[in-house]
Design a protein. Structure first.
Length: 102
């Protein structure tokens, strides 16, 4: 369901990354801006940030790791929990439990 288009249903193409909540597809692109269910607003209390690269040759593993560390350090002061996961062809999915600090 694209952002602000609740009556539109898109079918992700084979091999494309998708983000799900249980059996419901939330978005197939950028989760923070392409889905009403995952957009970040002033009322948001839990966020999942994604660092993505299309080709390993375009962005080195070291550079991606540096970006991950920088993001963690940036959000840590405002976060009850910070966890990181690596998804790749050998590990194509992860279950994330989100707890919300009141």
């Amino acid at each position: 369901m694209p952002l602000s288009e609740p009556d539109v249903i898109e079918e992700p193409k084979q091999g494309k990354n998708i983000y799900t909540d249980g059996s419901e597809v939330r978005t197939r692109h950028w989760n923070n801006r392409d889905s009403d269910a995952t957009k970040v607003t002033e009322a948001t209390r839990a966020v999942v940030f994604l660092l993505e690269r299309v080709l390993a040759s375009a962005v080195s593993s070291d550079l991606l790791s540096e970006a991950e560390k920088a993001l963690v350090e940036y959000v840590r002061p405002w976060s009850a929990n910070v966890a990181t996961f690596l998804l790749d062809s050998a590990n194509p999915s992860v279950d994330v439990e989100v707890s919300v600090r009141q």
